[in-house]
Design a protein around this ligand. Structure first.
Ligand code: CAA
Length: 259
């Protein structure tokens, strides 16, 4: 598929998806979400890709869902059928590979919600995040009322959702919405550094570790612990487990094959 609203680059096993609607601050319409879903499915199926980065470039991550597209929608338009945004989120979130959001500038509304779908968020020092939907007479409908409280706790999430206020990178770091802050001109270098660390690990262990966290968050603690134990045990069937432990005992770096 040829993409019009996103750009994909793959280098040394690290795929970067760049949102590309600069005239509207990367506002997310159905075409963007459909292309994101398609790209995520394609990158998931590509064994040479080990880590995925989602970014909007150095100026803006995304200023939200496309208000122009939503303005005249009816309740039925919104209620019927699976939404392109939800399909894209689900496809990205269910990837077996680590997904890092590299955020510069605004990550608002649907933009912030897209970043919440990633496993890890790195913010540039010019980042501004928020869920301003309440100021439009709606609520964050792209997972914001669900993923944000699970990440930062319900109380702080409600403050952001009820006020619609934007927060800067430092506040986002303080409340656990982003993992780290870097100077904006270092955003891609630092994100690549993290991606390289992840990509040097065993792909099956990464997949099951991610699954253990994500699935575990949907379960009670006892069920989550049992699920973790199954994932943990399964890894003892991999060559990577043999190699990882052998390498440790031989005092050398492990060479993982993703098997
Ligand atoms: N949708 C559509 N167009 C958008 C947009 C959006 N979310 N955000 C910005 N744009 C467009 C503007 O309309 C403008 O287009 P024109 O040049 O044709 O007028 C262009 O991008 C540049 O924007 P501004 O002139 O507004 O830039 P600014 O620097 O003055 O302000 C901003 C930047 C504070 C981010 C402001 O654009 C803004 O408030 N944007 C909307 C933020 C928002 O409310 N996001 C939530 C959307 S709803 C949502 O996401 C629903 C959901 O949960 C699923």
């Amino acid at each position: 598929m040829a993409y019009e609203t996103i750009i994909i680059q793959i280098e040394e096993g690290i795929a970067t998806i760049t949102l590309n609607r600069p005239k509207v601050l990367n506002a997310l319409n159905d075409q963007v979400f459909n292309e994101l879903a398609e790209a995520a499915a394609t990158l998931e199926a590509d064994p040479s890709v080990r880590v995925v980065i989602i970014t909007g470039g150095e100026k803006v991550f995304a200023a939200g869902a496309d208000i122009g597209q939503m303005a005249s929608a009816t309740a039925m338009d919104m209620a019927i059928g699976e939404k392109a945004a939800h399909r894209a989120h689900r496809t990205i979130e269910n990837m077996s590979k680590p997904v890092i959001a590299a955020i510069a500038g605004y990550a608002l509304g649907g933009g912030c919600e897209l970043a919440l779908v990633a496993d890890v968020r790195i913010a540039a020092d010019n980042a501004q995040l928020g869920l301003p939907e309440i100021t439009l007479g709606i609520l964050p409908g792209g997972g914001g009322t669900q993923r944000l409280p699970r990440l930062i706790g319900p109380s702080k999430a409600k403050e952001l959702i009820f006020s619609g206020d934007f927060i800067n990178a430092e506040e986002a770091l303080r409340i656990g919405l982003v993992n780290k802050i870097v100077p904006v001109d270092q955003l891609f270098v630092e994100t690549q550094k993290m991606a390289k660390v992840f990509s040097s690990r065993g792909a099956v262990a990464l997949h099951l570790a991610k699954s253990s966290v994500n699935e575990g968050l949907r379960m009670d603690l006892e069920a989550g612990l049992q699920y973790e134990h199954k994932c943990f045990s399964l890894l003892f069937a991999t060559q990577d487990q043999k190699e990882g432990m052998k390498a440790f005992l031989e005092k050398r770096p492990a060479k993982f094959q993703g098997r």
